[in-house]
Design a protein around this ligand. Structure first.
Ligand code: SAH
Length: 453
């Protein structure tokens, strides 16, 4: 079947939209072309790279009419690195696009007419991440460290990353030089040889405590003492250096064995008034400033008066649960990863909460059982992964009818789908609030508030 455009065609198009991963979309006789680096409302001369039956890909040769939102990307690696997708857009433009995207998806997929508010963004949208996972490699005898190109395992060798903290930059820049001098070899993926695979840096935003994790293929770490001393010098606020051994041929970063080389086993951070202990492997939100904004929004929509029983489904290490437990009578959290539940229990104890309960298991099985045992809730908070809520969980909500549901989502499309199911079963979406957790990337988080009507 022929398509309206062919590979290697050059043509001038007008960009109508951005995809959920930040590529421009133009239509030629109704046939969508995805164009990396092009922004809505721009006219651009493009070169067609590939055509499939229902859509194609093209690259920009020349922007004929730039968008008023177009800026020069501040990061020198933006064109190559797969980390950010929207640095060529003003931050105000990004926030507006995220709101519009959520609104479109709500109307189109969910037929939801609730107001979608302006995206809550950051005052300073740079250096917001509290965790960097930096792969190390070697090319022609030279050690490289940075982040991967889009959809590849090619490292873009970098000295800094503008969305990471300065401690991560220091490690990225200086550790490769130190390792080069000491003769410590980075891991070679193809040959499965060498030592250092990744360096993971975590920082407590509120405490400034830094943890450095050296992920190695071997137990032996040559020049161990010298490496430890060098890291302490590079980042004086390092309070923990740990080694994790991953001897497998795998894309997964961490192996099973972790031991402390220097200082503490975990660092501490606080979100609002709640304290969290973060160890090398714990899941923890990567943008602590916006996490507080997100959780405050969830708390706001939960409208707790003090007497409510709350269930937090997909609770991770219990961050939202503990935030809610400050006001609720009781919060029960459920999460499928047992290790995360252990963290949740420890964090509840660390903060002195006595009104929380955590259980490991699939939310769609545990929650119906809780209701059956008379341990239901007035307010249900859900924060599922990208694929959205399990259908059985939605059915439980519709059967048990908690008066309020707060839905935290990292994928507007599945949020809209699930809100439709809940609306068809008797709930009404009152408001949707997008929150920008990941500035300069195309990811968008949103919180929805539903009431039983
Ligand atoms: N609310 C947490 C984590 C949200 S991420 C926070 O804000 O930090 C989504 C979580 O859902 C992950 O921790 C994942 O392990 C968990 N998960 C995935 N499928 C699940 C299921 N069927 N039941 C319970 N938890 C699940």
């Amino acid at each position: 079947m022929s398509t309206p455009v062919q590979k290697n065609d050059r043509l001038t198009v007008t960009i109508e939209d951005l995809t959920h991963d930040g590529n421009g979309v133009a239509k030629v006789d109704g046939y969508p072309l995805f164009i990396q680096g092009a922004l809505p409302d721009e006219t651009a001369e493009v070169h067609v790279l590939k055509t499939l039956k229902n859509y194609g890909f093209a690259k920009v040769i020349n922007i004929v009419t730039p968008s008023p939102d177009r800026v020069e990307a501040p990061c020198a690696y933006f064109a190559q690195c797969g980390g950010c997708q929207l640095q060529h857009m003003t931050y105000e433009g990004q926030l507006k696009w995220k709101q519009k995207m959520v609104e479109n998806v709500m109307r189109r997929i969910g037929k939801i007419d609730a107001p979608v508010h302006a995206t809550k963004g950051m005052q300073d949208p740079w250096r917001y991440r509290n965790k960097a996972q930096i792969p190390f490699a070697e090319q022609d005898g030279r050690i490289m460290a940075g982040f991967y190109k889009t959809k590849s395992h090619h490292i873009v060798d970098m000295d800094r990353c503008l969305i990471q903290n300065t401690e991560s930059d220091a490690i990225m820049r200086e550790l490769k030089l130190t390792l080069q001098q000491l003769g410590v070899r980075p891991y070679n993926e193809e040959k499965h040889k060498g030592v250092l695979r990744h360096v993971v840096i975590r920082k407590g935003n509120a405490t400034d405590e830094v943890m450095v994790v050296l992920v190695t293929r071997t137990h032996a770490l040559p020049e161990k003492e010298a490496v430890i001393e060098a890291i302490k010098e590079m980042v004086p606020n390092t309070v923990s250096i740990v080694q994790n051994v991953n001897s497998k041929k795998t894309n997964v970063i961490f192996g099973d064995e972790t031991f402390v080389l220097y200082g503490k086993e975990a660092i501490v951070d606080t979100i609002g008034d709640v304290k969290f202990e973060i160890s090398a492997r714990s899941f923890y939100q990567v943008n602590p400033t916006q996490t507080e904004v997100l959780y405050k929004q969830a708390l706001d929509y939960a409208q707790l008066q003090g007497g409510e029983r709350v269930i937090d489904a997909y609770c991770g290490i219990g961050t939202i649960s503990l935030f809610l437990a400050q006001t609720a009578a009781h919060v029960s959290g459920v999460e499928i990863v047992p290790q995360a539940i252990e963290d949740a229990k420890r964090n509840a104890e660390l903060n002195g909460f006595t009104n929380t309960y955590f259980e490991a298991g699939p939310a769609e099985e545990v929650i119906p059982r809780w209701y059956k045992e008379g341990k239901g809730a007035d307010v249900l908070v859900v924060d599922p992964p990208r694929k959205g809520c399990d259908e059985a969980l939605l059915t439980t909500i519709l059967t048990q009818q908690p008066k309020r549901v707060v839905y935290v989502s990292c994928n507007p499309a599945t949020l809209a789908r699930d809100l439709r199911i809940l609306e068809d079963g008797g709930y009404k979406t009152k408001e949707v609030q997008p929150v920008d957790m990941f500035p300069h990337t195309a990811h968008c988080e949103a919180v929805a508030w539903l009431e039983l009507v």
